[in-house]
Ligand binder design. Structure first.
Ligand code: SF4
Length: 540
């Protein structure tokens, strides 16, 4: 019985940007008695189904964006006599789809790290259960990935997770509902071990693939202090200190390493944290700006962000501390007007962002937005290929609309056209070249230009374009550009590299809101938890 793990994708590029972490975590969660699993990332190449034999187990991880391709893969695998098991955010929300459309024998809900061994044992013993509840495991049970199974020369950046969950509650995001609002933070030892393994292999760029790298804000600490809530304050301080400890240890790694992550804008008000990021060479951060207007921020429950001049100031603060921002904006909010597009492009440029993405408001399953939209659409008779719009992920890719939610003053076509216009403006070659000025060497500047172009081709043209000729052209371009890009991001392997010893965080300035807080030792913090889970956004 061989185990196959498949990351479905309807387009293949030959080279990937970020390693699909879940494949390598689930490979590690596969008991060695079953041998090394066969890992397939279809964003590199489609599945070769001739390798699947009767009695094998095929694990397929899906989010809403790749669910339809995942179901095709499930049917083909089952036709070859394999046990088919679905996991991932979408399967947890719609398990019945996996059975009906994906030919699933079993579905795993929640974190798969621990329950996967039981699924495999059941398959080996004659058949899996219908449903497995993986739950939300604690951080000390997160399984470190088996990076030695990575194919050589295929990915630009590696991905390591340091924390699951996000305390916020943005209306368009499913993370806080699926991964929970309580941050589950990994100890720095296990994170460092994975990073060192990756640098030994030649990876210099590592994405800290977290829901929110800044789970405790100064405001959270101040609130707990004002409420005189000592247990809460201690818990928050412990989480914060663990972040500092991790960043101090990242600083001990080879100087050619670069990290980037996802973070909320509130970190701009925390210079101590930004300085630690700089020391730890966390040089890039995806910041969900979402909207440049206060009305837009209110609409998405993100009033902790800023608008206007304050927004530009906060974003520039990141850059002043050596942290370059990948700004993420949403278009199509009910509060957007035709002039919002121009204003957004201007903010992205004025704020000195290194990279930006301009995504269309999409009701993702599992979000508050989806719940409201689904209710509103109950009587909507629209069907595409027989599928109601509220199940849009089941509409064949070529027929799938790009926009689902009606807008009070603009048509879907107008929003798409204006969005494409902003992408075009931001990613003009002279603009990219100007933005690359922060890079020190010509080689680094050229790598930045290449990466910007790949990013734009992979996302803007394949994600927003409505005609298939443009999508195919963009995919060809991305394939062509991705290879030199990958070479630019790698360094010579360092097989002798050792994990830096655990060190006390360097002395820090103490002007922050937690300045006088007692700091418990890191080990005590880890043990205090009871024993007991990724487009950058949760569900693309
Ligand atoms: S969008 Fe970001 S900040 Fe908001 S809930 Fe999701 S992960 Fe948290």
């Amino acid at each position: 019985m061989r185990v196959h793990l498949i990351n479905p994708n309807h387009l293949s590029f030959g080279v990937g940007v970020i390693t699909p972490r879940w494949l390598y975590v689930m490979a590690a969660a596969t008991p060695r008695s079953f041998g090394d699993p066969l890992l397939v990332d279809e964003s590199l190449a489609p599945t070769d189904f001739t390798k699947i034999k009767a009695g094998d187990v095929v694990g397929i991880g899906i989010h809403s964006g790749n669910a339809l391709r995942g179901y095709e893969v499930g049917q083909m695998a089952r036709a070859r006599g394999a046990y088919v098991v679905f996991g991932g955010i979408h399967s947890g929300l719609y398990p019945e789809e996996a059975y009906e459309l994906g030919a699933a024998h079993a579905v795993v809900k929640g974190d798969g790290d621990v329950v996967w061994a039981r699924v495999l044992a059941d398959c080996a013993n004659g058949g899996p259960q219908h449903l497995y509840e993986g739950g939300r495991i604690e951080a000390d049970q997160f399984v470190p990935a088996r990076w030695e199974l990575l194919p050589p020369d295929r990915y630009m950046w590696a991905s390591v997770q340091t924390v699951r969950g996000c305390p916020k509650h943005c209306s368009f995001c499913s993370v806080w509902r699926t991964d929970g609002q309580r941050p589950r933070q990994r100890a720095s030892d296990v994170v460092l071990e994975e990073i060192v393994q990756l640098r030994r292999m030649g990876f210099r760029f590592v994405a800290l693939a977290d829901d929110n790298f800044y789970p405790v804000t100064l405001e959270d600490l101040e609130l707990a202090r004002r409420q005189n809530n000592q247990p809460r304050l201690s818990e928050l301080q412990a989480l914060r200190e663990e972040r500092f400890e991790l960043m101090a240890r990242l600083a001990e790694l080879p100087r050619d390493m670069v990290f980037f992550t996802q973070i909320t804008m509130e970190a701009a008000d925390d210079p101590e944290f930004l300085k630690a990021m700089r020391r730890g060479r966390i040089k890039g951060a995806l910041v969900g700006v979402e909207s440049v207007t206060p009305e837009g921020l209110k609409a998405v429950y993100k009033e902790f962000n800023s608008a206007g001049d304050n927004l530009v100031r906060r974003l520039r603060t990141f850059r002043e501390h050596g942290v370059h921002v990948l700004g993420s904006f949403i278009f199509g909010l009910p509060t957007d007007r035709p002039d919002t597009f121009e204003a957004t492009a201007a903010v992205a440029e004025e704020a000195g962002m290194a990279v930006a993405q301009f995504v269309l408001l999409t009701p993702f399953p599992g979000t508050v937005d989806f719940q409201r939209w689904e209710k509103k659409m109950e009587s909507d008779p629209t069907r595409i290929a027989g599928v109601p719009l509220t199940r849009y992920w089941l509409i064949p890719q070529a027929l799938r609309p790009k926009m689902y939610m009606s807008h009070p003053v603009m048509s879907g076509e107008e929003i798409l056209r204006r969005t494409q216009g902003v992408w075009d403006r931001f990613y003009r070659l002279p603009s990219i070249w100007k933005r690359s000025l922060f890079m020190k060497s010509l080689r680094a500047r050229l790598a930045f230009v290449l990466l910007s172009k790949v990013y734009r081709q992979m996302y803007a043209n394949t994600g927003i374009a409505t005609d298939s000729a443009r999508v195919n052209r963009a995919a060809r371009w991305a394939r062509w550009l991705a290879k030199p890009c990958r070479r630019a991001f790698h360094g010579a392997p360092m097989p002798e590299l050792q994990v830096p010893l655990s060190a006390a965080p360097p002395a820090r300035e103490t002007h922050g809101a937690d300045a006088h807080a007692p700091v418990p030792p890191a080990q005590a913090r880890v043990e205090r938890r009871p024993s007991g889970l990724v487009n950058l956004k949760a569900d693309p």
